[in-house]
Design a protein around this ligand. Structure first.
Ligand code: 5GP
Length: 190
């Protein structure tokens, strides 16, 4: 997605090796018109997949998912962090291992909002090592719903998540794929 890639090139920062900071339009301040184009693009790619629910994880995924959901005309469910695993049988849950944060909360989704009747599209801001996406996929698996695929705003292809999950059979559509970002130089895959 050309517009997204040029915003990354113009504004993104690399605070430490391997980490891309896009707080200025995605992760802290949100450029809603850019998010609108992102939502439109996700819809273009998954329009024929009969998605009836979008799943994401709080917090950064929620804005992305909500704007995309307006194009799909479906509800958004977000996995909540800090869910107690012992809440009983009412929650699908798992534990994420975060690349950027040291605290790795248990996240969960109430069984009221996902079931085997659903066709789910997962949306998230980044794909790095794939832990978040793997966990969300597992929550969909636990629910018995059909996982249509995943839409990612920025994939860092030099980290192994995308390759691993595609090899496992997951359809992943990433709007900007970063091949490398060494010495402050961001290079896209295509
Ligand atoms: P993964 O589980 O694929 O390693 O990472 C997924 C999550 O970690 C994303 O949802 C995002 O919140 C965070 N993340 C991973 N890499 C980056 C990065 O380079 N920049 C930012 N801002 N977040 C990242």
């Amino acid at each position: 997605m050309k517009l997204l890639k040029s915003r990354i090139l113009q504004e993104a920062e690399i605070p430490e090796p391997g980490v891309l900071k896009v707080d200025m339009f995605l992760n802290h301040q949100i450029d809603v018109s850019l998010l609108n184009e992102i939502g439109k693009e996700f819809y273009r790619r998954f329009a024929n997949d009969n998605v009836n629910k979008i799943l994401t994880v709080e917090a950064s995924g929620i804005g992305i998912a909500c704007i995309a959901a307006q194009y799909f005309g479906v509800p958004v469910v977000f996995a909540k962090k800090g869910i107690n695993r012992n809440v009983g049988n009412d929650v699908y849950s798992g534990k994420a291992v975060s690349f950027t944060k040291c605290d790795c909360p248990v996240i969960g989704v109430s069984k009221r909002y996902l079931s085997e009747e659903d066709r789910v599209l997962i949306l998230d801001d980044f794909l790095a090592h794939g832990s978040a996406l793997m966990l969300l996929s597992d929550i969909v698996r636990q629910s018995g719903a059909e996982l249509v695929g995943a839409g990612i705003v920025i994939e860092k292809a030099f980290q192994p998540g995308g390759k691993k999950l595609r090899e496992a059979g997951l359809r992943i559509e990433s709007l900007a794929v970063i091949k490398s970002m060494d010495n402050g130089l961001i290079v896209f895959d295509e």
